[in-house]
Design a protein around this ligand. Sequence first.
Ligand SMILES: CC(C)[C@H](C(=O)O)[C@@H](O)C(=O)O
Ligand code: SF4
Length: 467
Amino acid sequence: MSKGTLFDKVWDLHTVTTLLSGQTQLFIGLHLIHEVTSPQAFAMLRDRNLTVMFPERTVATVDHIVPTDSQARPFADSLAEEMIVALESNTKTNDIRFFNVGSGHQGIVHVIAPEQGLTQPGMTIACGDSHTSTHGAFGAIAFGIGTSQVRDVLASQTLSLDKLKVRRIEVNGTLAPGVYAKDVILHIIRTLGAKGGAGYAYEYAGSAIEAMSMEERMTLCNMSIEGGARCGYVNPDQITYDYLKGREFAPQGDAFEKAVVWWESLRSDTDADYDDVIVFDAQDIAPTVTWGISPDQAIGVDETIPNLASFSSEEQALIQEAYTYMDMGPGQPMLGTPIDVCFIGSCTNGRLSDLREAAKVAKGRHVASGIQAFVVSGSEQVKQQAEAEGLDKIFVEAGFEWREPGCSMCLAMNPDKLQGRQISASSSNRNFKGRQGSASGRTLLMSPAMVALAAINGQVSDVRSLL
Ligand SMILES: CC(C)[C@H](C(=O)O)[C@@H](O)C(=O)O
Ligand code: SF4
């Protein structure tokens, strides 16, 4: 195996050819699809009389539009019902595995593929969804793609892509108590900017990353796209292999041991060349919250909203827009900001470890009056496991609503929506204007433990106050 980064190795191993345009035709090992970006792609295939080239390499689930209260069919929202019916029909016609609601395997696409062992080191993975970068946590090269590219992958199992540069982002040292992977990625994005990763794959490394569980690494890689990087990854290691072992679609028995040898060979070499290297100290990272309308508009929870003058002249218009939209201004502390709604869930932070951390905060306390607080598991499996541990009881006793799995209020393509100018404390990944279902709604991103504490106190609070 040649010297280089994992990105270079996986890219080269999946290169079919270099196209006349200079782009690479890249073979895609695993194609994940969901109800939002696949219907038109299937229609385009039908128009051209094409079939799906490798149905066994495509896996479908339904996540964005599923209601989280009653999931009885037909769904109350006729558009949602139409979308699930289309996916049921397209997957059946094309012989594609579909994890439907109630199958025990349904959930947010970026939660279910890893938990079932579909996501593996050294793979190329594509999905018509920007947060496909999540799967990089396993040392896979995973891209979000658009609908016409979903069509291309269905028809040819390949994509035409420009090769990315690789930036190594090291986080060294130990995270302080109360500081989570979510804070690490918000801190990275705050520092490098929401567009800072354009043209790059991010390789996350350093002792703080190596110490992270797979679920923490997924949170980190999930938001690479919010930092402008097309994908992000962590080199696979023993933590990766221990997570994968025994999962349904992971190699079994001897094949697993052989796979580990192979996966090890794909790790970035110690003398690999990077296009850029940036080093962070874990001790500099505090519980971080966003105050604005872009994920890089984030500060330590005990800081105050920055002044216009601290931004470059190109950035100032967006900062001004953020002050106005959020109705928050420079010098204002985030601590104590009143909130209306709390959302714990999403492909960033809707996994078991996230619910456990939030439940630790919720246990024996109660949601402040007037606050609506949702806990939405990332998948049916997460929900089942959480219930087996009694987390649902802790949340319900504390006044949280325990909902069915799905994307829910992360994007509000289902009935879970903010109303009017409501402000939410949310464990999701985007604080864009109108993101959570109300055109004028406001979103503060933070870790699940911080969301839970915000629900209890009715205002933005510092989780370190509980330590
Ligand atoms: C609906 C889908 C295309 C979209 C995405 O690509 O990310 C969604 O998942 C999101 O988070 O905004
Ligand atoms: S949970 Fe949110 S970010 Fe993730 S796929 Fe669903 S809508 Fe997109």
